[in-house]
Design a protein around this ligand. Sequence first.
Ligand code: ADP
Ligand code: MG
Length: 264
Amino acid sequence: MTIVAQGHAIAKWFGKGANRTQVLHDVDFHIRAGECLAIIGESGSGKSTLTRILLGLERADSGTVQFMGMPVEGRKSAGYRALRQSSGLVLQHPFASLDPTWTVERSVAEPLMIRKIVAGGSLRGVERIKDTATASVHKALQSVGLDPRIFATRYPDQLSGGQAQRVAIARAIVDEPQLIVADEPMSAIDVAARIQIIDAFAAMRQSQPDAALVVVSHDLGVVQHLADRIMVMQNGRVVEEGASDQVLMSPQCEYTKTLIAAAS
Ligand code: ADP
Ligand code: MG
């Protein structure tokens, strides 16, 4: 399968002077179309920084990133533009990514409107865009298990955390991006609602089988349900990487063994 995104020898430093510390060391990664890659590791191990670099939201200090075979360099590079057009991000706190004054329908539709208008829709075309957008929005809501007849007109303060996170997922997948990154999407969600988030991602993988999904999670249950492959990070380095079953059932690295023992 096509490699959607890859990075080679990524290094990243933060801070200045005596506080300058290296947070990523020589990281290589890749993700293929249709694959779900989980990134696990303790807090502070560099997972979020790596995903931000992968999405072009942050620059690496050295190393290279490619998206669909195109280098992601400055904001003018073809790789960066393709990445912005065809990636979705789900963060830990769902309400932070939803405008409290917008209905669910508007929040989910917004990425479609922006991208289509930027792609050259005339103002007269906007009405037509709205109609096709509504169909896509309803499809995305359905695929995350939210009935559009009930939820389309709700506002964020009328949603539970689990419902809001599913709206955030619908928003990230509505224009069928090639890459979806979810950074700890369950950690702010009630345990009882987590299964709905897992189901939402699983349904998304069914309806968009070529999308590449990167999930950062502490929750090995989530990882086990969703991931095809696991990458383990410790102190800014990839210490283990392999097929999910292999990493979970017979971890090679002491650090991975500790993580798994701590979770069970
Ligand atoms: P994780 O997501 O695995 O918890 P992060 O990528 O958020 O790890 O952080 C890795 C390290 O980089 C941590 O030590 C964190 O404090 C540091 N860090 C992250 N972002 C910044 C920043 N913008 N400025 C300074 N240090 C940062
Ligand atoms: Mg993080």
